[in-house]
Design a protein around this ligand. Structure first.
Ligand code: NAD
Length: 482
């Protein structure tokens, strides 16, 4: 059992305002594995006040030389590294992510992101002197935007947390982090690492709670910027609040991306990449290509290859090294996924593999990897995000139709094109309405912007663009002509 009694606020562990608690269960065993305090509005007030003080301090974090901040972030990276194995274990226990993946994404990625953004601000000037047209010079400065409310989901909690924390802290912002209630235990480990690394007080504050507390944080008068990753529904609510307040907001929301298999694809030899691009993390990643578009001429072969893949996957204890598919995060999520499977059947799609719960796993929120063939893109299972190990194979006649189907979606986040011809793949990728897309693989590189269009969100994370989300521009007109 992992239990915490206090919140990390203002550089210290503080007694929460109320005695209410959040209990965390293992996705694989359903057993209680830990608990943390549930934050009340007063805890958020304290956390925002601490972040506000830290940001407004004239000698504080925001005013430090970026290289000095980078030194602290390097210590933070080291403190996270020394906890990486435990971080990965906690995430896996909480949300069912296969341990091999959580070592990489959850243990490994956060220090990489801290170093990347710390290097960016310390090695590149964040201001520029620009000769003007009117005779003077303009000094254009990228200033930290202020106090950031970072709200994250449970599916890839650490990587998503650091997509926000790393650029925000490097830029000189201070942060109030609210993790999802399903995955709080890893966030408290992050707080321990921050404390050990000597982050100045108030620079990072962590308060656990659910959606009401999140909504309270979003609207808090002490917050300057909201950075949210989660469902499109919650994103819309947050965008409404931020619109009313004229508060800058970055939204990374849902997806229903297309994996376009071209008629020259060699799916068998890229099957591992195909798995990673369509079914990784038990299907609980927003950018997965869960609509597989297959050419009519090779339709049956594609359906067979994908069905064989789904059948071959090792399902079970997510802490076991050999496991490729673990349980879903919660009973609620399993019910949701099973609801979509029932809907797909009712709409007329044909299950080729899976569709139920795996044999012999009587505890835990497992769902078999499931493939639907003969899916029409209009079906609910092709239009709505399922967030589970469920693929829909949709036939197309030619490239134009493949692109049209890919783009016939409310979402536009990820996607992939599968082909032996890289140039052809790129040409198709350019026509897909999506914030990101891969050729014969999909992986978010830290140096390139990641994010969505349409209902998948607003704004970008990663790359220099990810840093810019935590900066605001200020122009000082020097020597203006009289
Ligand atoms: P969710 O939207 O219910 O919750 C996400 C987080 O927001 C949680 O911390 C939750 O407590 C909080 N929250 C919920 N409603 C809120 C509100 N109105 N105001 C403030 N905070 C609120 O989503 P979830 O079920 O936890 O996560 C799954 C969803 O996240 C999926 O739809 C998935 O596609 C999306 N997601 C998107 C990305 C991306 O980068 N685009 C990445 C991961 C997950």
């Amino acid at each position: 059992m992992i239990d915490y009694d206090s919140f990390y606020i203002g550089g210290d562990w503080r007694t929460p305002a109320t005695a209410t608690r959040i209990e965390v269960r293992s996705a694989a065993t359903e057993e209680l594995v830990g608990s943390v305090p549930e934050g009340a509005e007063r805890d958020v007030d304290d956390a925002v006040a601490a972040a506000r003080r830290a940001f407004d301090d004239p000698q504080g974090w925001a005013r430090w030389d970026p290289a000095r901040r980078a030194e602290v972030l390097e210590r933070f990276a080291q403190a996270l590294e020394s906890r990486a194995a435990e971080t990965a274990r906690r995430v896996t226990v909480q949300n069912g992510m296969p341990i091999t993946l959580s070592r990489n994404f959850e243990g490994g990625f956060p220090p990489v992101l801290l170093r990347y953004f710390a290097g960016m601000v310390s090695e590149n000037p964040q201001e520029e002197s620009r000769p003007g047209m009117l005779g003077g010079t303009s000094l254009v400065i990228r200033e930290p935007i202020g106090v950031v409310a970072a709200i994250v989901p449970w599916n890839v909690p650490q990587a998503i947390t650091f997509l926000k924390l790393a650029p925000a802290l490097a830029a000189g912002c201070t942060v109030v982090l609210k993790p999802a209630p399903e995955t709080v235990l890893d966030a408290f480990l992050t707080a321990e690492a921050a404390r050990e690394a000597g982050l100045p007080e108030g620079v990072l504050n962590v308060v656990a709670g659910g959606r009401e507390l999140g909504a309270y944080l979003v609207a808090h008068p002490g917050v300057d910027k909201v950075s949210f990753t989660g469902s499109t529904g919650a994103g819309r609510a947050i965008a409404e609040t931020c619109g009313r307040l004229l508060r800058p907001v970055t939204l990374e929301l849902g997806g229903k991306s297309a994996a376009i298999v071209l008629d020259d694809a060699d799916l068998a030899s890229t099957i591992e990449s195909f798995f990673a691009a369509t079914l990784l993390n038990n299907g609980q990643i927003c950018w997965l290509g869960t609509r597989v578009l297959a050419p009519q001429a090779r339709y049956q072969e594609v359906v067979d290859t994908i069905s064989d893949l789904a059948r071959s996957l090792a399902i079970g204890d997510p802490l076991a090294e050999s496991t490729q598919v673990g349980p879903l995060v919660s009973a609620r999520q399993r019910d949701r996924v099973e609801g979509y499977i029932a809907k797909g059947k009712a709409e007329g799609a044909r299950i080729t593999v899976g569709g139920g719960r795996p044999d012999g796993l009587d505890h835990g929120w497992f769902v078999q990897p499931t493939v639907f063939a003969d899916v029409d893109n209009k079906y609910t299972i092709a239009q709505e995000e399922i967030f589970g190990p469920v693929l829909s194979v949709i036939p197309y006649t030619d490239e134009d139709q493949a692109v049209a189907i890919a783009n016939d979606s409310d979402y536009g986040l990820g996607g992939s094109v599968w082909t032996r011809d890289g140039e052809r793949g790129e040409a198709v990728a350019r026509r897909v309405a999506s914030g990101t897309i891969g050729i014969n693989a999909y992986a978010n590189d830290p140096t390139a912007p990641f994010g969505g269009i349409k209902a998948s969100g607003i704004g970008r994370e990663l790359g220099p663009e990810g840093l810019h989300g935590y900066q605001q521009l200020k122009t000082i007109y020097l020597d203006p002509p009289s």
